[in-house]
Each structure stands twice: as structure tokens, then as C-alpha cells.
Design a protein around this ligand. Structure first.
Ligand SMILES: Cc1cc2nc3c(=O)[nH]c(=O)nc-3n(C[C@H](O)[C@H](O)[C@H](O)COP(=O)(O)O)c2cc1C
Length: 371
């Protein structure tokens, strides 16, 4: 057992926050973490999902794992969806559990686009902004496989994808979520459209900076409809660089500057920003990479990537972020808020259990009082 330090309840992370539609009792946000536990063929969440999220209900806000907006969006094994009635019913168990325990929970909406693989799509080619292979790995039933050259999405495909996001957002509302978050980062559909290396279109969704961001803006507006223009977060991050097509240069950063400024004209409840990867483990995250977007976006900002208690308190105290989200720390510390409050040591997550399925590493972590 480790020795708990005296409570430090005056730290910025533990202050209440009013994010418009979201009233947070603290600023410790649970970041989305895909855990590949929806092992059912219909990609339905299980009772273990309710336990997992219920255990973390003391977070200021829970953002769920990325969740498929439709069968067309699938690109990773055992990830749940929000497009079928059994999925909506099962997610209702999750939201009821979190709410009964006093928490707030939003659903993250995901579409992998060209980063999917034919194995996920009944043998059909994935579709993306242009017929350019994003050259990333897709986690399939037979392990990680390299992506293929996708087909270019037609205008109708784009309308369908936007409609899928709208329907998924409506389903999330029926399932009892407090809101939704659009996953617009990584190597996935929306980030593919934002990327001039992968988006060579010459229609309303490509050709210049303004048209490359149009898909995201249309999706935000569509997703906000069933929520009456409220409760929609956006997760962005230009810095996730799994390979050459996702290289970050000054042009791409300028695209994101313009995009973030334009979010002010759309119904965005908060911006959830994944900052730069740290150069060395243990280094303090680069605050300036977050401050750049703080200056451009007028609403609440959640910062992420590599924060601990000290750096998270500092980034909030500096006024650079309103809240901080934690992924790996929440995996191993369901009571992360209490541990921050008491200065208790943090348990370390076991990477080997991230995507393996089952209870181990998912619902079996001890809370600090029990250690
Ligand atoms: C196991 C695992 C699963 C993740 N799944 C998602 C996801 O579903 N959606 C998403 O936007 N980010 C996902 N991420 C990224 C995290 O949300 C976060 O950006 C990253 O882990 C850095 O934050 P941290 O330093 O607090 O761990 C995942 C990260 C991990 C470790």
C-alpha cells in the first residue's frame, strides 16, 4: 500500500466547470479508449461495458471508446456500434449505470473510411476521399493488416456518411447519452478529408483548404440536428502521425488554424484537442501546441496527450485548457479523480490487455481505498 498525501482539493483539476451544456464537477475527463470488448457478431456492448464505465463515473466527463456510426464505418475488430436497436438498448444499460452513479457520458462517433480493410466490409473495398492508400494498419480478425487502395467516395457516398453520423447521433440520444463527440483525428475518414495528401478531390469536399474541411462542418451540423444544436464535441489533432501521408507541415497546421477558427460558427459544445506526442517519456507536454488552438477557438477546450496530475493542473492554471483528458491513466485507475485529490500513486496500465477482450485489464482494477 502506498502512502496517500493529504488531500489537495484546491487544485485546478478538481474545480467545477461549466461547459455550456455540460456541468462538470471536476476537470478530469476520461479520454476515449477503444478496448475491443464488443465480441458479439452484432458489435453490441456487453454488461462489462456498463461495469467499466460505471467504475469511472467520478470522471468530470466520460468520453466513450470510438463507436461505429454504421456498418460502412467499421475498421477495427470488436468495436461496438450505435446503428442497430440491440446496440442502442445495450448502450442504455451503460448510460443508466453511469447516471445512477452520478456521472456524465458522451459517445464518440467513428468512421474509418479508407483506413478500413476489405476483411471488415464483406470483401468490398473501403472508400475514402480519393483512391490513395493511407498506408496504415487495420486491426482485423486475422491481426494487423496493411490498408489497400480505397475507391474514391462518390457524392452519394458522402451524403450517406453524413446521414450515418446524423442517425448515430439520434440513436445516441435515444440511448441516454449526455452528448456525442465527433472523432475527427487520427488516420480516419474526417482526417483523410482534411489531409491534402489523401484528398485530391475537385468537388465541394476538396481542392482547397475550405473545401477539405467541409465534410467535418457538414457532419457537425448534421450531428447537432437530433441534439437541437447542443451537446456536440469535436475531437481534433493534427499531430497523430502514423505514416508519411499524415506528416505534419506548416501548410497542414495552417489548415487546422483556419478550421478551428471556423468551428466558432458551428454548434460545437467543446473542442477536445490531442496535442503533440512528447519527445521523451516523462517530458511535459508542449503547451504551445495547445495554446495555438486556444487562441482560435472561443468555447471550452479539453487538452490531451501525455498529461499527469502536475502538468494537467499547470495547463489549466495557465488558462491554456479548461480540462484535461486521460486515457492510459484511466485504464488502470478507475478512481483517478480520488487519486489526484489525495496524491495517491497511480497504477500502470498493462498494454497486453488493451485489445485482448475479457475482464482482465478492463474491469478488474483496484480502487486506491482497497489497496
Ligand atoms: C488503448 C487505447 C485506445 C484508444 N482508443 C481511442 C479511441 O477510441 N478514440 C480516440 O479518439 N482516441 C483513442 N486513443 C487515444 C487516447 O484517447 C489518447 O489520445 C492517448 O492515449 C493519449 O492520452 P494519454 O496520454 O492520457 O494516454 C486510445 C489510446 C489507447 C492507449
Amino acid at each position: 500500500m502506498s502512502t496517500a498525501l493529504p488531500a489537495a482539493l484546491d487544485q485546478p483539476l478538481l474545480r467545477r466547470a461549466d461547459f455550456g451544456d455540460f456541468q462538470l464537477p471536476n476537470r478530469v475527463v476520461m479520454a476515449p479508449t477503444t478496448r475491443a470488448r464488443a465480441v458479439d457478431d452484432g458489435l453490441v456492448p456487453t454488461p462489462m461495458h456498463a461495469t467499466h464505465y460505471g467504475q469511472r463515473a467520478s470522471a468530470g466527463l466520460i468520453i466513450t471508446e470510438s463507436t461505429w456510426v454504421s456498418e460502412r464505418a467499421v475498421g477495427f475488430v470488436n468495436v461496438p456500434g450505435i446503428y442497430s436497436e440491440p446496440q442502442v438498448t445495450a448502450w442504455r444499460q451503460v448510460t443508466d449505470t453511469v447516471h445512477a452513479l452520478g456521472g456524465r457520458i458522451v459517445l464518440q462517433l467513428w468512421h474509418t473510411g479508407a483506413a478500413s480493410h476489405p476483411d471488415h466490409l464483406g470483401g468490398r473495398l473501403p472508400a475514402g476521399p480519393s483512391a490513395i492508400n493511407p498506408r496504415v494498419m487495420s486491426f482485423t480478425a486475422s491481426g494487423f493488416q496493411e490498408t489497400v487502395t480505397p475507391r474514391e467516395m462518390t457524392a452519394r457516398d458522402i451524403r450517406t456518411a453524413i446521414a450515418d453520423f446524423r442517425t448515430a447521433a439520434a440513436n445516441a440520444r435515444r440511448a441516454g447519452f449526455d452528448g456525442v463527440e465527433i472523432a475527427a483525428l487520427g488516420s480516419f475518414l474526417i482526417a483523410q478529408f482534411l489531409n491534402p495528401g489523401l484528398n485530391r478531390r475537385s468537388d465541394a469536399y476538396g481542392g482547397d483548404r475550405a473545401r477539405r474541411r467541409q465534410l467535418l462542418l457538414d457532419i457537425i451540423d448534421a450531428v447537432a440536428e437530433p441534439w437541437d444544436g447542443r451537446c456536440v464535441g469535436v475531437r481534433l489533432g493534427p499531430y497523430l502521425t502514423p505514416g508519411e501521408p499524415f506528416r505534419v507541415d506548416e501548410d497542414l497546421l495552417a489548415d487546422y488554424d483556419a478550421l478551428v477558427a471556423q468551428l466558432n460558427d458551428h454548434p460545437v459544445a467543446y473542442l477536445h484537442l490531442r496535442g503533440k506526442d512528447r519527445t521523451t517519456p516523462g517530458a511535459v507536454p508542449d503547451f504551445e501546441a495547445i495554446a495555438r488552438y486556444r487562441r482560435a477557438f472561443h468555447g471550452p477546450l479539453i487538452a490531451n496527450n501525455g498529461f499527469d496530475r502536475e502538468s494537467a493542473n499547470a495547463v489549466i492554471e495557465a488558462g491554456t485548457a479548461d480540462a484535461v483528458s486521460f486515457a492510459t491513466h484511466f485504464i488502470a485507475n478507475p478512481d483517478l479523480v480520488a487519486r489526484f485529490a489525495t496524491g495517491h500513486d497511480l497504477a500502470v496500465a498493462d498494454r497486453d490487455t488493451y485489445y485482448t477482450g475479457g475482464a482482465r485489464g478492463y474491469v478488474d482494477h483496484q480502487v486506491s481505498a482497497a489497496e
